[in-house]
Design a protein around this ligand. Structure first.
Ligand SMILES: [Zn+2]
Length: 318
């Protein structure tokens, strides 16, 4: 999920915790819920592909991440820099609140299709429930309404938070059931299938029954789009072929390591260079142009590699 939804989720759902926490604890829970995404700063393309949703998104390292806001706030309180608000702060409750925020972040990221390395550094496997994408209005909008309600009616805050939690649960259950139905439908065609949420248009963002699927085995991959019960065959998208003669390219390797649904096409340009065009069907757009990485090779030499995350502007690498 994106940062605002993480902060909203912690601000609203923290009201359900039956402990009479110090106000600092609520601040720590919100800080803990946004801190893991500090690894997503687009410093350079390889950084984004290799680092995002790894080190700071792991259950193993979560206590270390949680300690940062808790210790920071505790020290500020001890130095008397928070005035009245800092009086009586204890590190234990601050840490537990921050840890709850980090775990809430991991839970929300695990739900979507991006893939989160929940067991880093023990494993680099990317876990994903594939129920939604990074931005999900069915999660963000109830949380915004919940926060407004809590601010307007503080006395009802627990009931409002409970209502929000219920709505989120209904949404995710509906997504899970519809995803199962889409998977079963393709499996009936005798296909090995992987189904991902499809949000390639604004309208699709507001649909529960909108999926894109890779079906088939090995290099024989077909792409389907299923929206509102209608199934569209988008043709073959072969997986990246083995290229033992390709020159080494750190960005290409990072992309293939990151992508959960890679596809590749190869073109010969007029100047004799070979253009490898990689995409990831999870982030396919309505016009089918989901290019994420383009490499140009000539005479065994890598001329350039360009990367973009689902957008038209490709950032040059070589
Ligand atoms: Zn995250």
């Amino acid at each position: 999920m994106e940062g605002i939804t993480h902060a909203l989720s912690a601000a609203v759902l923290s009201q359900l915790v039956p402990l009479d926490w110090h106000t600092g604890a609520a601040v720590c829970m919100v800080a803990g819920s946004v801190l893991p995404d500090a690894d997503g700063l687009p410093l350079w393309p390889e950084h984004y592909l290799r680092v995002h949703r790894g080190m700071t998104h792991s259950l193993v390292t979560s206590p270390v991440v949680a300690l940062i806001p808790a210790a920071g706030l505790f020290v500020l309180g001890r130095l008397d820099l928070l005035g009245h608000a800092g009086a009586g702060m204890r590190l234990g409750p601050l840490f537990l609140a921050s840890l709850a925020g980090v775990w809430l972040h991991l839970l929300l990221d695990w739900i979507n299709s991006y893939g989160t390395q929940l067991l880093w550094p023990l494993s680099r496997r990317r876990y994903a429930l594939d129920l939604n994408v990074i931005v999900d209005p069915f999660i963000s909008l109830p949380l915004i309404a919940g926060l407004v309600g809590i601010l307007a009616r503080p006395g009802w805050r627990r009931w409002i938070a409970l209502g929000c939690a219920f709505l989120l649960l209904v949404h995710l259950t509906a997504c899970a059931l519809l995803r199962r139905r889409a998977t079963a439908r393709l499996a009936r065609l005798g296909q090995t299938v992987r189904v991902f949420p499809y949000k390639g248009t604004l309208a699709a963002m507001f649909r529960w029954d909108s999926w894109v699927a890779l079906a088939g085995r090995g290099n024989e991959q077909k792409v389907y789009r299923l929206v509102g019960g209608r199934m569209e065959d988008l043709g073959m998208r072969p997986q990246p072929p083995d290229g033992p003669d390709w020159p080494p390219d750190g960005l290409r390797e990072a992309f293939l390591d990151w992508s959960r649904a890679p596809a590749c096409s190869m073109h010969k340009d007029e100047d004799g260079s070979v253009r490898l065009r990689f995409e990831d069907v999870r982030f396919m757009r309505a016009d089918g142009d989901a290019t994420l990485l383009v490499s140009r090779i000539r005479g065994g030499r890598l001329l350039e590699t360009r990367f973009s995350f689902g957008g038209p502007s490709l950032r040059s690498h070589v």
